[in-house]
Write a protein that binds this ligand. Sequence first.
Ligand code: ADP
Length: 364
Amino acid sequence: MSGLELVDVRKSYGSTPVLDGVSLSVGPREFIAFLGPSGSGKSTLLRLIAGLEVPDSGAISLDGRRIEHLPPGERGVAMVFQHYALYPHMTVRENLAFGLHNAGTARDEIAARIDQAAAVLEIDALLERKPGQLSGGQRQRVAIGRAIVKQPRLFLLDEPLSNLDAALRNRTRVELAQLRRRVEAGVIMVTHDQAEAMTLADRIVVINERRIQQVGAPLEVYARPANAFVAGFVGSPAIALLPATVTGSGVHAQVRLAGGAEVQTRVPCAVLPPEREVRLGLRPENVRVVAPGSGTCDAETILVERLGDRTLIYAQLAGGEELTAIDEGTSALRIGDRVGLAIDGGSAHIFGGDGTGYHAEHPA
Ligand code: ADP
């Protein structure tokens, strides 16, 4: 079996469990993002794959070979850290060569690999400079170059963009996406930034509270979140989760919000649990601002975010629940204004008492 395979991997630090039975298959050239809040265990999982930690139990295989007890250098993986520690007294070329020299790689081979990595990363002109003479983005590229020259089968990136300022972050994100097409290897990237995960990864692994919550393509995770945590973590502004009661008994569930408004969803009643008290998940694109009295319900504007092409209206319902709606870019609304909200239940989600997500059969 080629690619990376994790089977029931567990890890504790002392008596504190950090990962509780993680199983995952990664294809040989897949770009995977581990996405989750701080402290959820993402870095620990990456470090277990890198060989910087040993699991308490479970198996880790790369291309069919068990690696969980091998030292990092023998695993065929290369890790790029958040704090890319380059040797300050060495040139870029020497930094790139260092690990290969230590591994006994022949001089010609080292030179060839450095040339190739420099071309891929477009850092040819920087090879004789010291790290102190590079910008943050250039240093980050050299750190990635150090991983490339090892010719790993799998790159492991720990929050590679988090030290960069916003503009550089966007540019480096594009570069990472391009780079990925030029190297014959898989990539696993740890991030807490859902936009980063959504734009770069083939599949996202959402991690929370020591467990994988969902694995899927970015749009799949967005459109069919396995549970309320995933729904809340993926998507910005966040999905609103409103207390609701299932009222209708037709093919698709109808729900009543706390204030009395009825919303017709396309979630099949047949898949819902028997309980009637649920939460209705509404993303901003499911809620439009209309004149007061003419929508599904009325609300008060509590925050206005003007993005140019559209305006995000953060609104509060009579019962205190908050949700985000979309208005025209030219919206004249101000904080405190009363608005009507037209809720499109066709793509809405329903979450059961245990948090499980239920989705529209054929979203509108
Ligand atoms: P993330 O990368 O998602 O922020 P980590 O994997 O770094 O999370 O950490 C997961 C949990 O394990 C955290 O609660 C953290 O405090 C704990 N932890 C991480 N490394 C160690 C360690 N070396 N010793 C003890 N606890 C640790």
